[in-house]
Design a protein around this ligand. Structure first.
Ligand SMILES: NC(=O)c1ccc[n+]([C@@H]2O[C@H](COP(=O)([O-])OP(=O)(O)OC[C@H]3O[C@@H](n4cnc5c(N)ncnc54)[C@H](O)[C@@H]3O)[C@@H](O)[C@H]2O)c1
Length: 280
């Protein structure tokens, strides 16, 4: 009996998840496997995906981990060849690698809050912002290019991961917000480009979840919520953080070729209402 929130039969399908060793990527891998897909768990090192593979196998599913740096075309091509050799096809690509690059984070919301000795927008190294744009935007475009032909052959689908930063910039993380806005835009572009080839391209825009990569922004060294956390919760009409498992229903809907057969270019927010609430 599946514990997934939505029934999607993916038997015979192969799903590739970049960043599959991460918190959200891992949950996506488990949900796809539980729905019957064979899952290729991609991480910067193959061993990073081992715990996810182990959990899937323990639950009776099939998965294998592969090394794949989403910023390196040769590495993605090698991963594609290994996935095709192991599983024979690719039906689903989930571009989940990404996130905030900490040294690109601006320490204050506004310039007026700058205190002596503090780093600021003026001192952050541009290379770090570049890195953040690369990881999120090119880390989505490149795997879509490389796995694209296999997806066309299988008449498969792509799911990208956007963010609330795509609807309007989040304070402190201009590089991340810009990259996620570009991911939403690329999702719409690719939806059109692939439309008549039978490949659907959609995105999920998660709201705020308590995961490792945003922990430093949400909690201080003592583990107490930061003022930013209070603002996030005040800005979320449902008044709470999301649970990572609450993202899997959106994924299983978007990859379901019957339920979502006419759905492409959609950015699906899973955010407790954050994206549509201006605070008054
Ligand atoms: N956590 C949240 O609240 C939240 C909100 C909105 C969007 N997201 C997005 O969800 C996705 C997953 O985030 P998460 O919270 O699970 O973070 P995470 O850090 O647990 O997962 C990110 C994964 O990407 C991998 N990665 C980083 N650089 C890579 C590279 N060059 N090549 C291959 N893999 C690489 C990391 O190793 C990690 O496994 C990200 O795109 C993130 O921006 C997260």
């Amino acid at each position: 009996m599946s514990s997934n929130s939505i029934q999607t039969d993916l038997s015979g399908k192969v799903a590739v998840v970049t960043g599959g060793s991460g918190v959200i990527g891992g949950a996506f891998c488990r949900a796809l496997a539980e729905s019957g897909a064979k899952v290729a768990v991609l991480g910067r090192k193959a061993e990073n995906g081992a715990p996810v593979v182990k959990a899937i196998e323990a639950a009776g599913g099939e998965a294998q981990s592969f090394a794949c740096n989403v910023l390196d075309r040769a590495s993605i091509e090698a991963a594609r060849e290994a996935v095709l050799a192991g599983f024979g096809r690719v039906d689903i690509l989930v571009n989940c690698a990404g996130g905030v690059v900490s040294p690109a984070t601006i320490p204050q919301d506004q310039l007026a809050d700058l205190e002596p000795g503090m780093a600021s927008f003026f001192t952050v190294e541009p290379e770090q912002i570049h890195k953040e744009l690369d990881l999120n935007l090119y880390g989505t475009i490149l795997p879509t290019q490389v796995f694209g032909p296999a997806l066309v052959e299988a008449k498969g689908c792509v799911v990208n991961i956007s963010s609330m930063g795509a609807y309007g910039p989040l304070t402190r993380i201009p590089g991340y917000s810009g990259a996620k806005a570009a991911i939403s835009n690329f999702t719409e572009w690719a939806a059109n480009y692939f439309a008549r080839s039978g490949v659907r391209v959609n995105a999920i825009a998660p709201g705020f979840f308590q995961t490792t990569q945003n922990h430093a922004l949400q909690f201080d060294a003592e583990g107490s919520p930061t003022p930013r956390t209070a603002k996030i919760l005040a800005g979320t009409p449902m008044g709470r953080f999301g649970q990572v498992e609450e993202l899997t229903g959106a994924l299983l809907f978007l990859v379901n070729e019957q339920a979502a057969s006419f759905v492409t270019g959609c950015i699906l927010p899973v955010d407790g209402g954050f994206h549509c609430y201006l605070g008054v």
